[in-house]
Structures are given as C-alpha cells and as structure tokens.
Design a protein. Sequence first.
Length: 278
Amino acid sequence: MLNQRKLIGYHAGETFLHGLSGASKMLFFVLVSVAAMISYDTRFLLGLALLSLCLFRLSRIRIRDISFVLVFAASFAALNLVMVYLFAPQYGVDIYGAKDVLWTGWGAYNLTAQELFYLFNLLLKYVSTIPLAVIFLMTTHPSQFASSLNQIGVSYKIAYSVSLTLRYIPDVQEEYQIIKLSQEARGLELSKKAKLIQRIKGNLQIISPLIFSSLERIDSISTAMELRRFGKNKKRTWYSHQAMEMKDYGMILSALAVLVLSIVLIFLNQGRFYNPWR
C-alpha cells in the first residue's frame, strides 16, 4: 500500500479550515477565484495572494505532501507565461500605453517594464488560486461536502457525483503509482535518471491502462448504484452530515466581499487593469 500522505485528497486534521463545511469552502474558492480572474489590479491581487498563502499556512498542509502538484502547477504557470510573451510580446505596452524597454531583442521581442508588469499580474493570479484549490481538496471530506451541497439546494444526484469525483482522486493517483511501479519492474526507466523524452514516452504508456482501469471502476460504481436504485427517491439522507454554522456563513460573506471589491476596483480604475504609468 502506498503512503496515503503522498496522495492529493482529504487528509484529516483539527484546523479551523478542516472544521468548515464543504459547501462554504467551495463557495469561498469559486468566488475568490472569480474575483482573481476578472481583476488585474496588482494591489488587489497581491492582497489575495497573501490571503491565499496565509490560509495555506493555517491549513498545516505539509509541502512535501503536495510537492508533485506544486511542481506541476509551477511548470504550467511558467509555460503559460512564456507562451504569453512569445505570442504577444508587446501586449503590456498596448494595455498600459507606455513603453520602457529593459532589454532589446530581435524584432518585436523587446522586454519592456509594461510586459513584465502584466506577466507579474498573471503570476499573482496563480498564487491567489492554486493554494485555495489545494486547501479545498485536502481539507474537505467528500461525504460531508456532498451533504452540505444538498443542504444549500443542490440536487443530491449532482452532489453525490461531485463527492465521487473527490473521493476517487486519491484512488486514481494510487492506481497511477501502481502501474508506474509495474512498468519499472519490467525494465522501463521512469525515474529522474532517464532522459526527458524517455520519461515522457514512458508516462504515455501508463495513460492507456490508467484510462481503462478508470473506465472499469466507473462501470462498477454505476452498476452498483443502479442495483441500489440510486435516484429513485427525490430526497435522501446522509451518513456524514455537517450543518452550516456561523463561521461558514462568515467565510461565504468574506468571499462575496472580495468579489464585490474586485468589481468596485474595475469602476475606480476605469477598467480591469491598474495602470501605474497613467
């Protein structure tokens, strides 16, 4: 059995965030993420990034438990920033209406302070949202999350589907690791010692059996739910139920306040972008 602490999924804890209902954490994550996505006010995004990192610290999630996710997210963010610059090297100049060249390149590929400032805003968006997503996944019990969703009016069929998704994220990760170990036992080198191209090809060979095993798992679950006549009744009871408390409503109101602030800043800045060169 693989070390469960190495899997991205619910880990029991005694922190304030573990005690919140799943629905309040989901609404907080969604509302704050929307606020981060629609705003390019650097001051606002810096505040959100600090808030996100403070909540991550409060959750007591160990960095080594999510090292793979952090590396993947950092790689994706870096690739996205590079692609944005390659396809629109002067986009920051167009947005902020100024041009301060820091480095002269070839053709349009001059590095300007405005482009760097725009890319910095994109980076802040990732820092604002990724820790919140990790917090939600690792502090939310799937069954309690489903019951709290149903409590706020979401159909129990949809709530249970979301719960199953959260429940089987660790299982898919464990299945991936088992297949990887099996491939390595057969002589396929997938460690850091292998070349990058070889590791990519090796991981692609893992995807096919992982997909088929996941489809088989889905079929088994679907059959079991049909045999138990899931969906026959309009309502259902929950084994794990957590009622909404004042702290949950406080989190939701805080997220709404963040979203409203982002909208207010759009009107104050006369647009989505904060322009220090204006």
